[in-house]
Design a protein. Structure first.
Length: 482
């Protein structure tokens, strides 16, 4: 049942201050960590608590694997086809393209949008952009394809973030369904039809459907890109389908989210101050009683090739997940059991892993090297060994099942070096904490590289290159103490 309470006016934002209980919790955690560094007894207690947390995360991953294996055959989409219901009137669709300093990606993205199998007279395409990004706007106007593009851009007090631009697009969107694509996306050609059929058959309680995101890898891909691909497979082919399969909420991915426009308007749009607006709005919709589901048709993406852009991207995600946890734990009365467990399993576990995996692996490496220098055999505590093996084994199994369900193959070598990338996330965590304190709403933009050489040509931008929305869609700044 959808709730009638919870208007956008009383919605907690990423700018909202911490509650008293949240401040006390953070102080206790910091004191506990400091005590663990100074007192062996507290350190052992901290080690056991952390180990139990890792075991709980491993158990959650194994449960997700069990759930998706019971779902049947893998989610491979080769030869995917949909039976169109007779006499179905296709709903109007608004495609929002979130672009900023992405001129080099525009031809590839718009070519992918042009190939979508959906009635053209039922589509509108909004480019959510910024006024100062002249190169991207120029690339849109010069695309050869005559897609019905319009511009939407926001001005105002909100920071220059993707969600602010999305709100500008939402303000003028005319479609019954709104989907968001990023610059590097290549959606399956039938993705819109699958989503439209799902909304038509599911009823008004279905607020959003998420397409699985898949990273393209080939012989030229770096180990980091292979790891990224496995990471996404674990999330979009195992964890999220398991949660959706039992009707629980989950954090949405950054693109390929298909929303019922009425649900978006009811929740108040995206929070411009949250740097993972996707994760936040998934839980915001759940609080109003909307369900989230997953599609079968994927969206293919490219990923960072080198470590530093990846760390910057992960820093933004970690910072945004901290903001999202702050938002959704401020009013505990709004959390039902399913929402509470999902927040812990998808955000809290990941944050704890990002914070601790690096120090743990560095400590173990130093411990092993010290034993080797003293010609000793390293003796690992049985509990610690169990935690390490269970954590790595559950993560490896989740990635393996995810890659298989995506119809891909996984190298044992890339699986063995995965802990190195898990450890590198601790650098991203430290950077995220620093930014949360110094630049909480700064958007660390990810630079993208097109998968193929972009086409060239000349065209037009809906015959009206001067169209724009000055401040359209900006949310009013929330009260800090609400």
């Amino acid at each position: 049942m959808m709730r009638t309470s919870g208007s956008p006016r009383d919605r907690v934002s990423a700018t909202t201050s911490l509650s008293v209980s949240q401040k006390i919790t953070i102080i206790v955690l910091l004191a506990f960590c400091e005590g663990a560094a100074l007192m062996p007894a507290i350190f052992n207690g901290f080690r056991i608590v952390l180990g139990i947390g890792f075991l709980a995360a491993a158990a959650f991953r194994l449960w997700c694997v069990a759930v998706v294996l019971r779902m049947g055959k893998p989610r491979n989409t080769q030869g995917l086809a949909f039976v169109e219901p007779p006499q179905l009137e296709w709903p109007t669709y608004t495609i929002v393209l979130a672009l900023y300093r992405e001129a080099h990606m525009v031809p590839t993205l718009l070519d992918a949008i042009r190939r979508l199998d959906y009635p053209r007279n039922r589509m509108e395409i909004l480019v959510a952009a910024e006024l100062d990004d002249l190169e991207t706007l120029k690339a849109c106007r010069e695309f050869k394809g005559n897609l019905p593009l319009r511009l939407a851009y926001g001005l105002g007090d909100a920071p220059k973030t993707k969600p602010r631009a999305l709100n500008a697009a939402l303000r003028v969107a005319r479609g019954d369904i709104v989907v968001v694509y990023d610059a590097e996306d290549e959606p399956h050609v039938q993705q819109l039809k699958e989503a439209a059929i799902r909304f038509a058959s599911a009823g008004d309680a279905l607020g959003v459907v998420q397409a699985p995101l898949r990273i393209r890898v080939d012989a030229s891909s770096t180990p980091l890109q292979h790891h990224f691909s496995m990471d996404y497979a674990a999330l979009f082919e195992v964890t999220l389908p398991a949660l959706a399969g039992i009707g629980w909420p989950f954090p949405l991915g950054g693109s390929s989210n298909h929303f019922r426009r009425d649900a978006l308007l009811r929740v108040g749009g995206w929070d411009p101050w949250n740097v993972t607006e996707d994760a936040d709005i998934g839980f915001q919709l759940a609080k109003l009683g909307y369900r989230s589901e997953l599609l079968k048709s994927p969206t293919f993406e490219t990923s960072p090739r080198t470590l530093w852009p990846w760390i910057k991207q992960r820093s933004r995600w970690i910072k945004g997940h901290m903001q999202t946890l702050k938002v959704h734990t401020r009013r505990l009365s709004e959390l039902n059991p399913a929402l509470s467990v999902s927040l812990v399993a998808t955000l809290s576990f990941n944050l704890a892993s990002a914070a601790s995996t690096g120090p743990i692996l560095c400590s173990l490496t130093a411990f092993a090297l010290n034993a080797e220098l003293h010609h000793q055999s390293p003796q690992l505590d049985p509990f610690d060994a169990t935690v390490l093996l269970a954590g790595w084994g559950a993560a490896a199994l989740t990635m393996g099942v995810g890659v298989h369900r995506a119809g891909e193959r996984m190298s044992i070598w890339h699986l063995l070096i995965a802990p190195a990338f898990w450890a590198a996330q601790s650098v991203a965590f430290a950077r995220a904490v620093h930014q949360l304190l110094s630049r909480p709403y700064h958007w660390d933009k990810t630079d993208h590289v097109p998968a193929n050489a972009p086409p060239t040509g000349a065209g037009r931008l809906d015959g009206n290159p001067g169209f724009g929305l000055s401040g359209g869609g900006d949310l009013t700044h929330p009260h800090h103490g609400a």
